[in-house]
Write a protein that binds this ligand. Structure first.
Ligand SMILES: O=C(O)CCC(=O)C(=O)O
Length: 254
């Protein structure tokens, strides 16, 4: 399932790439059921810090029908739970990542963005790599797997192709993109519409956002942030719990 040269070239040009139907129905269903179980508070292993409630629910402005439908995201699941760990090591995903990052790969973090119906909020424009990843160089690629169909109505991600070539930009520039985006569709902006089971892969420096879920349908997406195991880790060593998922680790690196 390695990418073709053309797909790699497209990723290098645009900063993202869609691979349709990468996961089969059984894999998606196993992830959905496990996500439901975890969101229902039934896993004794996943700590409460892994759960983030939608801000407007937390502030009492909105109510969700269930706790699961109040959640914005659940993080670091593959580090505690076998079903998510199997997904993190899925050879079809890792083949794609290897085509983009090389043979030595670690999982840095993973998050299910729950985007519940009516309640799921916007994620403003940002780049991933500067958000506390502490790696040099920022060789980071995210695999975002659609657990439900992701549409413009239920708040799919939106990418600004080519912006990964800017390098790390100032957060005030992210905010400028965000302000303009709230006024209307930005020039070149592309909605990442995906059928459940399809995955998008995005570069750690591409500018992207996701819109609120205005629909009555869920939009869960499982984002795995992979890094090259050859990156230097620039944070405190005790914060480095990245998990080797393919190839080898190197001394002094993440
Ligand atoms: O799923 C979302 O709403 C946001 C995802 C995102 O920003 C990411 O995976 O980097």
């Amino acid at each position: 399932m390695k990418l073709s040269e053309q797909q790699v070239a497209q990723f290098r040009e645009d900063g993202f790439l869609i691979v349709e139907n990468l996961l089969d129905e059984a894999e998606i269903e196993a992830l959905r059921q496990r996500a439901e179980w975890v969101a229902g508070g039934q896993s004794p292993r996943i700590p409460k810090e892994s759960f983030q409630v939608e801000p407007r629910v937390a502030q009492g402005e909105l109510q969700a029908e269930t706790y699961a439908d109040s959640l914005r995201r659940m993080s670091h699941l593959a580090f505690y739970d076998d079903v998510f760990r199997v997904h993190a090591r899925n050879p079809r995903i890792l083949d794609v990542i290897e085509s983009l990052l090389g043979p030595d790969i670690k999982l840095y973090q993973d998050q299910i963005f729950m985007k519940p119906p009516k309640v799921g909020s916007r994620r403003s424009y940002h780049q991933d790599a500067p958000l506390g990843f502490h790696i040099d160089p920022p060789d980071l690629v995210a695999c975002w797997a659609a657990l439900d169909d992701a549409t413009e109505e239920n708040g799919c991600m939106r990418m600004l192709p080519g912006t990964h070539k800017f390098g790390v930009i100032d957060q005030s520039d992210w905010e400028a993109y965000e302000r303009k985006s709230l006024e209307g569709v930005l020039p070149g902006e592309r909605p990442v519409v995906l059928r459940a089971g399809s995955c998008s892969f995005h570069h750690g420096l591409i500018l992207h956002c996701s819109t609120p879920n205005l629909s009555g349908k869920r939009r869960r997406g499982y984002a795995m942030h992979y890094v090259s195991a050859r990156c230097r880790f620039t944070g405190p060593p005790e914060k480095n719990d990245a998990m080797l998922v393919r190839g080898q680790a190197f001394p002094g690196c993440i």
